[in-house]
Structures are given as structure tokens and as C-alpha cells.
Design a protein around this ligand. Structure first.
Ligand code: ATP
Ligand code: MG
Length: 353
């Protein structure tokens, strides 16, 4: 077990995950691409960090790297990962997930850290009844008997709003709709009461009512268990409901990190501002505005421009700094960090959580 330097700074007891300079290179058709290019963030007990950004930003690769589940072309050897993933388990022990052996990592997965995947079908076992898949995890985690675990599994199916849960417990994944499978996956993830939940677009496939129920469930368990949540989503309405802090990713990098109110009130990075203008604003107090897409497209990983990666699409870009020098993520105002040479000035009304 590795002691982190934060322990000496005194804010470690609530720190669950600290990601430092995470880099992930994926082998792709004879080339190596940097899908995650130096990402750092932390998540504390009981808080939710939302990770947002357009498709291809590297959100899922970041999440999968924390679980050590990134595969390139089916071979883990084709993935090169560096940095630190400091994780503090329920017993208060801290370890770098990147250096754990496979057996220790298997114990962490599903017990201390659970993940709800973007693609439910790929992570459910097609030949096992869904009730048994939930119970399996509970037996392994809580070391209770199969019968008691089956009762808990049934409760979990009820909790995630599966109709007729007693019958559905005996169903196989292919017998369920996509939304239902997503809820089964959420039940599996939450049944073990993890210390960290990584949710990658967990409600995108669900209709609005069920989405609301699932978000409520995550929030309730979060406050009961002081679970840390890393929540990946495209939906700014969900960000507004769930997040304490927001990290915005672009081309494998975090470009802004801010408390959620500050992010919505006064985004500093031009990309954050662009995202907010391009999506329906979740704040009912604000007048609805015409949506304005961000011009251009996300660069492919082998064509990330020099200087600032966002610069070709940026309305504020000016001068050689933007086109030639890579910006770094730097503190900007209170509890905020920005990777930009020409950030928007920020103001906040100070209603912070
Ligand atoms: N196994 C892989 N092999 C090669 N490249 C990959 C692999 N998985 C992801 N990538 C590439 O890495 C980049 C980041 O992908 P990632 O799935 O993390 O994006 P994302 O932010 O989760 O997007 P979305 O919002 O669409 O889910 C993309 O350019 C993607 O094509
Ligand atoms: Mg993704």
C-alpha cells in the first residue's frame, strides 16, 4: 500500500480517487494514438464529478483505464498506460491501481469500484439469469449465502424500477429490453455498495421517467454510503442535477474543471462556453436561447493540432500562443482550473455548494 502525499496535507480521509497525469496510448493499425493525454482529477467521498465533452474526447477510455479494462483490438498489451491512480479503499488503505497485481485488481473491481458501462449488453453474461448475476456479486462481496443474496438481488431489481421483478429475476439478458438491461447493470453495480461508482452514460438509453428514478437511486445510495461518483454524460441537465464539480474533456485533455454552479454561470474555457451554447440550458431561470453548434469537428487523435488542441474551432483564439504553445491546466479563480491562453473572465454569484 502506498501512502499519498495528500495524507500529509490533511485532506486525505475523504479522498477516494486521485488521478495524476494519466496517459493512455492505444495501438491502432500499426500506429500509437494518445487517447488520454495527461489527465488529472480527484473524487472525494460523497461527491459527484461529472466528466463531459464531445464524442471521442476520451471519457470512456479514462473511465475504463481506472478499472484497468481498456482493450485495443482485444489485446491489453496494445495499451500503454502511465501516471498514477491513487485509490483509497473502505479500510482506508491507499494503493496505486496501475501497479496492483491482477488478482488485487479483480478484488477492487465490483467490490470497491463498480462501473456502469455505456454498452449494457457487452458487460452482462448472456448465459446467466440476471438475478443470479446480481446475487453472484453480493455473495462474493458480502460473503453471505446464496439464498440471502437472491433476496437482496430481488430488492435491487425493485429498487431500479424493474416491473414484475420476481419474474424478471429469472430472465436472461436477451429477453430484456435495452433500458431494462441498463437497469440490471445498475443493480449489479450498486448491489455491492461500492466506494466509487463510475457511471458512463448510465441513463442515456432510458426514458425520462426511468432516468429520473435511476438518478434518484444513485443519489440516495450516494448519500447513504458516502459513495464517490464519477459521472460521464452528454446531458447538461443531468450534470446540473447530479454533479458537484464538472471536468470538461477535449482531445484527451481536461480543459476546465469547476464547481457546477460556476461552470453553468460563467464558463471560462471557450470550449465550455461553446458546449453550453450548443446544448439546451438546463437552468429554468434562464431564458431559452437558440442553440448554437460549435463550428468544426473534434480532431482525430493523429491530427491534434499544435498549440491549443481547440484553437482551430475557437472564437477567442488569437496570436502565436494559441497556435504554437500547448496550454497547461492552471488554477483560475476560486476552485477552478483552465487550460487556455485566453479564458473568458469569470464571475459567479457565489451560491456554491
Ligand atoms: N480500443 C480502442 N482502440 C483504438 N482506439 C480507440 C479504442 N477505444 C477508443 N478509441 C479512440 O479513443 C478516443 C477516445 O474514445 P472514447 O471512447 O474514450 O471517447 P468518449 O469521450 O467516451 O466518446 P463518447 O461520448 O462517444 O462515448 C476516440 O478517438 C476513439 O476512437
Ligand atoms: Mg464514451
Amino acid at each position: 500500500m502506498i501512502e499519498t502525499s495528500e495524507e500529509h496535507r490533511g485532506h486525505a480521509p475523504s479522498r477516494v480517487l486521485e488521478v495524476c497525469d494519466l496517459r493512455v496510448h492505444l495501438a491502432h493499425e500499426e500506429r500509437e494514438l494518445e487517447a488520454v493525454a495527461g489527465v488529472s482529477f480527484h473524487v472525494d467521498a460523497g461527491e459527484t464529478l461529472a466528466l463531459v465533452g464531445e464524442s471521442g474526447a476520451g471519457k470512456s477510455v479514462t473511465a475504463l483505464s481506472i478499472m484497468r479494462l481498456v482493450r485495443a483490438g482485444g489485446h491489453t498489451a496494445a495499451v500503454r498506460t502511465s501516471g498514477h491512480l491513487r485509490f483509497r479503499n473502505e479500510a482506508g488503505e491507499t494503493a496505486d491501481l496501475l501497479t496492483l497485481d491482477d488478482e488485487a485488481m479483480r478484488a477492487v473491481r465490483g467490490r470497491s469500484i463498480a462501473m456502469i458501462f455505456q454498452e449494457p449488453m457487452t458487460s452482462l453474461n448472456p448465459v446467466l439469469r440476471v438475478g443470479d448475476q446480481i446475487a453472484e456479486g453480493i455473495v462474493a462481496h458480502d460473503r453471505i449465502g446464496w439464498r440471502a443474496a437472491s433476496v437482496r438481488a430481488l430488492e435491487m431489481l425493485e429498487l431500479v424500477g424493474i416491473p414484475d421483478p420476481r419474474a424478471r429475476q429469472r430472465a436472461f439478458p436477451h429477453e430484456l429490453s435495452g433500458g431494462m438491461r441498463q437497469r440490471v447493470m445498475i443493480a449489479i453495480a450498486l448491489a455491492c455498495r461500492p466506494r466509487l461508482l463510475i457511471a458512463d452514460e448510465p441513463t442515456t438509453a432510458l426514458d425520462v421517467t426511468i432516468q429520473g428514478q435511476v438518478l434518484d437511486l444513485i443519489r440516495r445510495l450516494q448519500s447513504e454510503l458516502r459513495m464517490a461518483v464519477l459521472f460521464i454524460t452528454h446531458d447538461l441537465g443531468v450534470v446540473a442535477q447530479m454533479a458537484d464539480r464538472v471536468a470538461v474533456m477535449y482531445a484527451g485533455r481536461i480543459v476546465e474543471e469547476a464547481p457546477v454552479e460556476a461552470f453553468f454561470e460563467s464558463p471560462a474555457h471557450p470550449y465550455s462556453a461553446g458546449l453550453l451554447r450548443s446544448m439546451p440550458n438546463p437552468d429554468p431561470r434562464r431564458p431559452a436561447q437558440a442553440l448554437q453548434p460549435i463550428r468544426g469537428t473534434v480532431p482525430s487523435l493523429d491530427q491534434v493540432p499544435p498549440g491549443c488542441a481547440f484553437q482551430p474551432r475557437c472564437d477567442r483564439a488569437a496570436g502565436e500562443d494559441c497556435t504554437q504553445r500547448r496550454p497547461v491546466l492552471e488554477p483560475f479563480g476560486e476552485r477552478r482550473a483552465v487550460r487556455c491562453w485566453r479564458p473568458h473572465p469569470v464571475f459567479t454569484t457565489g451560491t456554491g455548494k
